[in-house]
Structure formats: C-alpha cells, structure tokens
Design a protein around this ligand. Sequence first.
Ligand SMILES: Cc1cc2nc3c(=O)[nH]c(=O)nc-3n(C[C@H](O)[C@H](O)[C@H](O)COP(=O)(O)OP(=O)(O)OC[C@H]3O[C@@H](n4cnc5c(N)ncnc54)[C@H](O)[C@@H]3O)c2cc1C
Ligand code: SF4
Length: 511
Amino acid sequence: MSQIKRLFLILGDQLDIQGAALKGFNPKTDEVLMVESANEANYVWTHKAKIALFLSAMRHFAKSLEDLQYPLTYIKESPQSIVEVLKQQLRQKKITHLVCVEPGEWRLKIALEELAKDSGLQMEMRNDDHFFCSHQEFVAWTEGKKELRLEYFYRLMRKTHGILIDADGNPEGGQWNFDQDNRKPYPKKGPGIIDAPASFEIDAITQEVLAYVQSAYPDHPGSLEHFNWPVNREQALKALEYFVDYRLRNFGIYQDAMWTDTPFGWHSILSSSLNLKLLNPREVIDAALAAWKKYSLDLSTIEGFIRQILGWREFVRGMYYLDMPKMAQDNYYEHQRKLPQWYWTGKTQMACMQDAVGQTLKYGYAHHIQRLMVTGNFALLAEILPAQVCDWYLAVYVDAIEWVELPNTAGMALFANGGRFTSKPYIASGAYIKRMSNYCDSCKYKPDVRFGEQACPVTTLYWNFLINHRQQFEASPRTRLMTANLKRISPEDQLEIQKHASKLLNHLDEL
Ligand SMILES: Cc1cc2nc3c(=O)[nH]c(=O)nc-3n(C[C@H](O)[C@H](O)[C@H](O)COP(=O)(O)OP(=O)(O)OC[C@H]3O[C@@H](n4cnc5c(N)ncnc54)[C@H](O)[C@@H]3O)c2cc1C
Ligand code: SF4
C-alpha cells in the first residue's frame, strides 16, 4: 500500500464504491474529496431535476463512504469551480498526489491536466472501468478504416466479450442485428397498458436537495414535481430488476414508437443510473440475458437492448475522446440560427414538439427517437447553430454528460461533423412522425401539406433542406435516394416550399 498521502477526487458521475475511483485507497494515509460546484449547474442552464439528481446521488454516496468510515471532505454548495476548490484543498492539506478517474467532460479533463502541469502535482488519472472498451482499444479499431460505423464496432464488442455469441462463435439467431423487427409504431388504438416505471422513495436527503435546488435555482428550466430518479445503488438495482422483469419484453418492438402523454414507453430509463455509475453496464447486460432465458423473451428485443449498451454507448464514448475538442466546434452545414425560445418552454403549436419538449421539462427525459427524430430533426432542418442545440441537450436531460450527449447531438442528430460516423443525415418529414406516433392527430398542422397555412413545418423544412442540398445529396450513392422523391414535386411547388420555408425560418419563435 502507498505510504504517500493522496487525495482521491470523486466526481458527481463516478459514484461506484467498487470502481476505479477508489481502487487501492489506503484509509491510513489517503483522503477522499467530493465537491458540489454551482459552476456545473450554471455553465449550461441546467434543468432543476438534473441538478437535484446529481446532488442527491452525490450526498447519498458521501453518506455511504462516511458509514464505511472513509476519510472524506465533502464541500457542499460551493460557488467555485471543482478545480478551484481542489487547488485550495491540495494547498491546505499539503497534498502533492492526486488520484482521479478520467472525467466525462473534456473541459474538466483538460483543466485537471493543466492544474497538474502548472502546480507540479503528481496526478494519476485512471481509465473509467464502467466501459467495455478502453480508449486504446477504440483507437486501434479505428486505425486504417475509411469509415467508422457502429455496426462493425458492435460486432467486435460482441465477439470480444462473448455476448450473444453461440457455441460455434456465430451471432445468436444467425444475425448480428434485428433492427428491422424493432421499428414498429404502437397499434392504431394506442399503446394500451404499459407497466409503469419503478418508483422511488423521496428520503430526507433527497427532500433537502429538492428544497435547496428550488431555492438556489428558481429560474432554471424544468420541474421538480415529478422527480423519481434512482439516487443510490439500491434504487438503481431496483430500477434494473423492475425493468427486466416487467418492461423489457416490449422494449424492442416499440423502441421507436411515440404517443402523446406516454413519456417512457417501454424504455429502460436506466441511462442516468448507468451514467452516474450507480449501475455497471456489465450487470445491466447480464440481467437482460438472464431475463431472456427466464421469461423466454424474443431475441430481437434482447439484441436490440444490448446493442444500445454494448454498441452505441461504447461507440459514442470512443468517438467523443477520439474527436474532441473538434467535435464541439464542428458545423458542417454552417448553420447559424438561434434556438427557438419554445425549446425552453414547450409553448409551440407543433404537437410533436409540444409533447417531446413538454415531457423533457416535466421529467428531464425523452426517449431516443424523440431526441433524434423530433427535437433533433427539427433543429437540423431549422438550421440552428449546433453549439446552441448541444447546450440545450446537455442542460435538459438528467442523463446528459458531454461524452454521451455531444456525439449523439452534434454527430448523430445534427450531422455537424459531416458524417464522420453516420452515412447520412437523420432527417425526416412529418410523414415519419405521423407513422410513428399519434402526434399529428391533434396538431393544427397537416403532415402531408408542404406549403401554405396548414403545412406541417417539419414537412416544409424537410423538403426545403433537400432542395437546398440537392446537388450534394445526389453526388453520393448513400443519399441519392433521398432526393429521388423531389422529382415528383413540380418546380413551381418547389418554389412555394422554399418561400414558405423562408417565412418559417425567419419566424421560428412563432411556430
Ligand atoms: C440528440 C440526442 C442526445 C442524446 N443525449 C444523451 C445523453 O445526454 N445521455 C445519454 O445517456 N444518452 C443520450 N442519448 C441517447 C439515448 O437517447 C438515451 O441514452 C436514452 O434515450 C436514455 O433512455 P433509456 O435509459 O430509457 O434508454 P433505452 O432506450 O432503454 O436504452 C438502454 C440504454 O442504452 C444506452 N443507449 C441507448 N441509445 C444510446 C445512444 N445513442 N448513445 C449512448 N447510449 C445509448 C443508454 O445507456 C440507455 O440507458 C441521446 C440521443 C440523441 C439522439
Ligand atoms: S403535423 Fe407536423 S408539426 Fe404537427 S405533429 Fe405532425 S409532424 Fe409535428
């Protein structure tokens, strides 16, 4: 054991007592530091529920460390940044050795590295062991590849970790991917009864945090009224157990489906627990595999779920560290418009946006297709500056940490990196939203009308986008098909679409 006194810094999204953050901790010489910093809540205009979740989870974690008699300094409600507090603590305690796990935000990683360099601090920055794939493995996989695509990375992960691989080394069920089975809308009459998500006790710690957030951040977006997020390991385990027992069975088939006032569908709602490290992705995958056997669930559902965690979650993290800091600045289409104000209020006449933004403000949650094909799709078609869109996503979702938010927003939803890891922009007209939801039934706009008073803004902006980028889309075999339907629209109508689009784009706040 080390005899040198070391300070172990534990960040708000590193709350695993068994994880890399505390490995080798020597209670005789070492100390733990945790910091609640107002900076973290203010550098984007953070949803109240997200602030509350982080603070409550940190305080619960601190309590479990104290119960185990770890020597802990816990700085509550500091107006300073984490690095400023850290500097003071190191000075006061005369500590020259820092141990931490690599932060999930580039800016903090760089700030810690600079601190170490400038002050001669000995820093051990450890790999985060809540991922299957290390940075070195990811970089090795990218080498020599012209295209970086999830599908091939995912297959490698399956093989390397022996997940859903049969005795002969082939993918279970003879296929790597069952995505085609996982794109159904809900039945015409609606989703029927969906087993409600697990619910959690608001204990004294959470109550105190909720009151604090309400008084310290009264003007921040979002509501605390519906706060129901796991804030400690026990609750996160309950959420996992509940999901695999009751909700996993329909996860796959309705993964892309949307319906008014159905905020969670059959989704797992585990992202915040995974990202705060209350759950390890290995145990989540093991639980899904066990439920597959126990309840004889469809392979397509299990594969679909595992692909999100072993595939997408690992892939976007690899891309984030590979492409930062450029990823945060990329703006392939050079879009410059301001994010419409209603992204912060939900007060828009578009029923799809009203529902997706509305539930986001209520819970700090929207599922993947709402994020990608409703709010993300609109932001791309409406030519919004990527940095503003990314700040919004980072602010409003309780699971948002930059390593996962940024690649999904800039890379997937906005195509801001010009297709570094997606083959084409994810864009759709109102017809897609109509097919996958009931939103259009109650909307003042009509999804199939392309211009004029009743035209669906998503549809108008979709065709406008295709017209504007027609040449570029036609130049590539991957996107050529997308413009094929343009040929069926007369030049006169295309002109009307462009005129109507220009009106919309100049008055986005009024939609
Ligand atoms: C524009 C945009 C922004 C996003 N921002 C975030 C974010 O800040 N934080 C975040 O965790 N996810 C983000 N995602 C991915 C995804 O939408 C969420 O992980 C998911 O909606 C969380 O809900 P769930 O736990 O019910 O997930 P489920 O649908 O039940 O999926 C299971 C798990 O798979 C993982 N997962 C699924 N899709 C992705 C993905 N594309 N990337 C990484 N992991 C994935 C998550 O850990 C999730 O908990 C974003 C997606 C888009 C399109
Ligand atoms: S008509 Fe258009 S704006 Fe209205 S809900 Fe449908 S897709 Fe959204």
